[in-house]
Ligand binder design. Structure first.
Ligand code: TYM
Length: 324
């Protein structure tokens, strides 16, 4: 059985990019693999976030994942900070990573840009992410396109550590879906859809009202050519709509491009397909949020299981480096 792991920041409700790029793959993965999924509340501290927001977003993100179909009887679901081995291994890996390679990470450059003061945690963010993965002897990490560079660093650190201190870590591989790996902002289709940088009309929340989804897709930026072609470079807005429709219907985007006579038809079909795909998730989400005790028990059980697995690898890494 392969071991699979992935994680998400506690930004509250999921957006469509998170769901199509990552979480949907997690739900299928749990059927066949030994799977670990978690909410990275420690990573959220790399930017300023109010304590009460972090607390409530962590709960909401957990509820969103369960509503999306993660099943605690089939996967291990937990909160990163509840498993202290993640920070324990991070230090060992910080002493494996170089300052220069962390400075070159595009996410560090993007998120640090224009800020007076950048938290040092933002620089070491990818090392914590490497620890997240390496603790569990993971084979595959299902993620969207934007996490590929972090996965490459994780592999490099694992290989470097193994070469220097002896075979300790399994080398993981990123699993990026063919369609939906990079959903773009509906208003600014050359930027990826994201909770933090988006205009409110550019991001579809998985828990959005159907009427909001309809409005956002209706107003989505296309272009003046009136052509319906799957061409990211020259027609990013139309291509993004085709990509979304393709991901939710499991149909080929090139074939979909031939089906529609105008943007109105494409938008109508996309709206209907997205609303239908998200409806059951949204319905379950509000039920799960009501069951606070059950949610707490699921996360507690998940962190206990994760911790017992992580401890074995952490002890191996500590001893390999010469710590008594
Ligand atoms: P995060 O919270 O930004 O995103 C969670 C997942 O959603 C994917 N994603 C997208 N996919 C397609 N289109 C988009 N517009 C889009 N936006 C986000 C992301 O690629 C990701 O898979 N650093 C990670 C969290 C993390 C992690 C880990 C992931 C921490 N430790 C260990 C895997 C393994 C992050 O910030 O994801």
């Amino acid at each position: 059985m392969a071991k699979v792991l992935s994680a998400i920041q506690p930004s509250g409700d999921l957006h469509l990019g998170n769901y199509l790029g990552a979480v949907r793959q997690w739900v299928t993965s749990q059927e066949e693999n030994d799977s670990y999924f978690f909410i990275v509340d420690l990573h959220a501290l790399t930017l300023d976030i109010a304590p009460e927001t972090l607390r409530s977003n962590t709960v909401k993100t957990a509820a969103s994942l369960l509503a999306s179909g993660l099943d605690p009887t089939k996967c291990t679901l937990f909160v990163q900070s509840h498993v202290p081995q993640h920070t324990g291994l991070t230090w060992l890996l910080e002493c494996t990573a170089s300052y220069g390679e962390l400075l070159r990470m595009t996410q560090f450059k993007d998120k640090g840009k224009g800020q007076d003061s950048v938290r040092s945690g933002l620089l070491t963010y990818p090392v914590l992410m490497a620890a997240d993965i390496l603790l569990y002897d993971i084979n595959f990490v299902p993620v969207g396109d934007d996490q590929k560079q972090h996965l490459e660093l994780t592999r490099n650190l694992a290989i470097r550590f193994n070469n220097r201190y002896g075979d300790t870590f399994v080398i993981p591989e990123a699993k990026v879906p063919e369609v939906g790996a990079r959903i773009m902002d509906l208003q600014n289709p050359t930027n990826k859809m994201s909770k933090s940088t988006a205009t409110p009309l550019g991001t579809i929340g998985v828990m959005d009202d159907p009427s909001d989804i309809e409005k956002k897709i209706k107003k989505a930026v296309t272009d003046s050519s009136m052509l319906i072609t799957y061409d990211r470079e020259n027609h990013p807005g139309v291509t993004n709509l085709l990509e979304i429709l393709s991901a939710v219907t499991d149909m080929n985007p090139l074939q979909l491009a031939e089906k529609f006579a105008n943007y109105g038809e494409l938008k109508k079909a996309t709206t209907e397909a997205v609303i239908e795909a998200l409806r059951p998730i949204r319905n379950r989400y509000y039920e799960i949020l009501e069951e606070k005790d059950t949610l707490r028990d699921i996360l507690k059980e998940g962190s206990e299981k994760a911790s017992s697995v992580a401890e074995v690898t952490l002890a191996k890494a500590r001893s390999a480096m010469g710590l008594l």
